[in-house]
Each structure stands twice: as C-alpha cells, then as structure tokens.
Design a protein around this ligand. Sequence first.
Ligand code: DC
Length: 225
Amino acid sequence: MATTNIITIDGPSGSGKGTVCHILAKKLQWNLLDSGALYRVLAFAALQQKIDLKDHQTLVKLALDLQVSFQSNGVGVDTLLSGNNIGDQLRTEIVADAASQIASIEVVRDALLARQKAFYQKPGLIADGRDMGTVVFPDATVKVFLDASAEERAQRRFNQLQEKGFSVSIAQILSEIKERDFRDRNRTVAPLRPAEDAFVIDSTCLTIDEVVEQILNLVAHKLNL
Ligand code: DC
C-alpha cells in the first residue's frame, strides 16, 4: 500500500477532529476515513444482532463480514449498513457506550485494520480517529494530534445539544468527557496518545478555520505544494 498523501488526525472527541477532517477532505479532494464511525457501526450491528459484547470471536466475525459503506449526500455522509442508512442511529449514548467497549478489544481492532487501510485511495486520505498515526497509518505524511481542554470540549458539546433542543447539564457532560478521556488514554490496546512524530495542536482557543489553516500549512510544507 502506498503510504504517501495520508494525513492522520487523532485526538479526543470534541477536539473538532470530525469537522476539520471533513473540511480538509473537501478542500484537498482526498478520501476520508471516519474510523470512529466504523466502531459505531460495528457496535450498532452487534446490538441489533444481540451479540454479547464479551463474545470476542463473534464480534471479530461480525467485523470481518460487515457490509458497510459511506456515501456523500452533498450535505454530509450517509452510513449504509447492508444497504440501510443508519446514520441517525449511530450517535446515541447506547451505541457510543457499546463502541467504546468494543474499541478496547484487541482482536476486534485487528479485524478492522485491513478495512481501515483500504480507505487509502489516490490522490490521498484524511484519516480521523484515535490511533491513525500510531497504529493504522504509522507512515503517514503528516500526523496531527488535535486536543482541547476538557472544559472547552464540554462547552462545545453543551452548545451542540442545546442547539438541538436538548436540556443538559454541563457538569454532567464534563464528567462524562473526563471519564471517557481516562478510559481512552489508559486502555492497554491502542491508547489515545500522539504519535512521536505528530504535531500537537491545541484547539482550545482556535477556530475551526484556524486549525484547518495550520494543518494545510503543515501539508504544504511536507508535500511542497
Ligand atoms: O470518534 P467516535 O466518538 O465516533 O468514536 C467511537 C468510539 O470508537 C470511541 O469510543 C472511540 C473509539 N475509537 C477508537 O478506539 N479508535 C479509533 N480509531 C476511532 C474510534
């Protein structure tokens, strides 16, 4: 597999990774891998089929057989599982929690590896996740670790939920974020951490456009664009 023209963007949820990756993929006209969505689809399928999340071998089989595709719909991306659009159902707490459990199982992560690598297509790939630069694409051209303070990430999530009309407590969101951070950063398999050669960008006080600009500068410098 060619490992040129791959930008990996890892970081905790709420760091702005998803939005930044979509903008970059659009600007550069490169393919996009939302690896978190793969974990969520797998979790959704496992819940749907009532698979015990402790049954690692059945989860591995499910991961290898998963009929999933991502299709741009002009505004965003549709996630198709066996031909059905399940995008709306992936953001629930139940799916997030199951995805987080599944993501800590080494054999399941291994089963998703080839599928993630297959997202590379010319002219390039933007890979969004937790271990893109450390495990999946260790030879990527540019590796970014996008971070932000837990308080800022809680505030962003709070604003998003309020916009959608949900009444939520910011203290509750902050405590969930801290709990998830601890789990992601301390798990034994593919823990969330910057690759040694990653550029760490703290987006706490930056706008999305400023983050995108910093990454494009890094890419231009690396690829002599
Ligand atoms: O980014 P997200 O919230 O959609 O990710 C869903 C879950 O998958 C979350 O628990 C983190 C995990 N994940 C992971 O372990 N490795 C990745 N490369 C991407 C996501």
